[in-house]
Design a protein around this ligand. Structure first.
Ligand SMILES: NC(=O)c1ccc[n+]([C@@H]2O[C@H](COP(=O)([O-])OP(=O)(O)OC[C@H]3O[C@@H](n4cnc5c(N)ncnc54)[C@H](O)[C@@H]3O)[C@@H](O)[C@H]2O)c1
Length: 367
């Protein structure tokens, strides 16, 4: 590299902190970063992360990481309810911050933290790593080039095992407590999908939705929504937390004026579920070679290694480059606001028995 090595502080050493640590170890080996400090109140979590990526210093609290003078940038992977306090500490010191989704349990806090990050001027990225999946990059390219005509509508289905200790032993349980998580399948999981939809089809303008809580926790494990975008695209979302382990899948079908695209995917690089079909009028169905598609996309980012498992590595690498250059290329806090606004409109609609909710009426909206 020969360029400035970025000192990274990691706050939160659970499941997702470990995944980020996997990528940070690679970035450290590539000379992009130095793993300066990590924090978690759990010694076991700290130890597991430190085995994956050796940090110079380990702390029980995030504040010590943020204030460490050798930490140039902060990566926040602690539970959702703890994010905004750590983000605010980072921006108060002018330190770039990458925060996992969701930003906070309540939409009011999301709007507030987005405004604070914008006001601070620091580089701020959010953990929407699905954007780095080459199939969704390719879909977006098809929308932008207009090769298949304008997009008309879509169906998005996402499902995941219920990620809480009562359903999956050994898992942490904050996700089934509304005060800590803010929501279930839609907010905790499908906010990724909401980011993809806003990124690919433009900002949503109106949502109608229904939700259920079948497992009896304080948050929904089923949500079904109809979404209208300012671009005219209308689509549906179905998201489920269920009891099926070993399956975490997303399927998106998009209908264009002159074609359709079907994507089935998982959340790790090269998952066995991954598949893409492109249908054009009067031509055989195109089945892109996903290994070649991935290699071509990664090459545009300057990534040539073929041993990657987690998209988080690509997001963290984009963040580090943004910290170094001062120019963010990954998804930022305004993108997170858009995804959160879609989710919030769905929740408000469900609370109102399925009545349509306009995103322009939400707090923090430009109107
Ligand atoms: N982008 C993604 O695909 C993705 C995937 C999984 C999780 N997440 C998000 O990442 C965050 C963490 O999720 P997880 O699955 O790792 O949860 P987890 O429960 O497995 O781990 C959370 C860790 O944070 C620690 N912690 C608690 N309070 C803390 C504090 N104040 N400071 C520092 N550490 C603290 C806990 O001890 C635990 O080790 C959540 O916001 C979640 O929504 C994102």
């Amino acid at each position: 590299m020969g360029e400035r090595v970025i000192g990274i502080g990691l706050v939160g050493c659970g499941t997702n902190g470990w995944v980020h640590a996997h990528g940070l170890a690679a970035l450290a080996a590539e000379g992009e970063i130095r793993a300066v400090a990590a924090a978690d109140p759990s010694p076991d979590g700290l130890e597991a992360v430190n085995r994956q990526c050796a940090f110079d210093r380990l702390h029980p609290d995030g504040a010590s990481v943020v204030s460490d003078p050798e930490v140039d940038a902060v990566l926040v992977t602690s539970p959702t309810a703890t994010h905004s306090e750590i983000v605010r500490r980072a921006i108060a010191l002018g330190k770039p911050v990458m925060c996992e989704k969701p930003l906070a349990p309540t939409f009011a806090e999301v709007a507030s933290i987005c405004a604070d990050v914008a006001g601070s001027g620091v580089v701020g990225q959010v953990g929407f790593h699905s954007r780095f999946n080459p199939m969704f990059q390719h879909l977006r390219d098809l929308v932008v080039t207009g090769e298949l005509g304008a997009p008309i509508g879509y169906m998005l289905r996402e499902d995941q095992f219920w990620p809480t200790g009562a359903v999956v032993p050994g898992h942490s349980s904050w996700r089934s407590d509304r005060a800590q998580s803010g929501g279930g399948a839609l907010l905790e999981h499908t906010i990724h999908g909401c980011d993809l939809l806003s990124w690919i089809f433009g900002a949503a303008t109106s949502v109608t939705a229904r939700t259920r809580s079948v497992f009896g926790f304080g948050v929904e494990d089923l949500a079904a929504a109809t979404v209208e975008h300012g671009s005219g695209v209308i689509g549906t979302i179905t998201t489920v937390f269920n009891g099926v382990q070993g399956r975490e899948e997303r399927r998106l079908e998009v209908f264009f004026e002159r074609g359709t695209v079907e994507i089935t995917g998982d959340f790790v690089i090269g998952a066995r579920e991954d598949a893409m079909l492109i249908h054009r009028p009067a031509t055989p169905t195109e089945v892109p070679d996903l290994v070649a598609l991935r290699a071509a996309y990664f090459a545009t980012l300057g990534i040539t290694r073929d041993d990657l498992i987690f998209y988080q590595y690509i997001g963290d690498r984009a963040f580090v480059h943004g910290v170094r250059s001062g120019v963010l290329t990954g998804p930022g806090f305004p993108d997170a606001y858009a995804a959160h606004a879609l989710v919030e409109a769905a929740y408000r609609s469900a609370d109102a028995g399925g009545a349509p909710v306009r995103l322009a009426d939400l707090p923090g909206s430009a109107g």
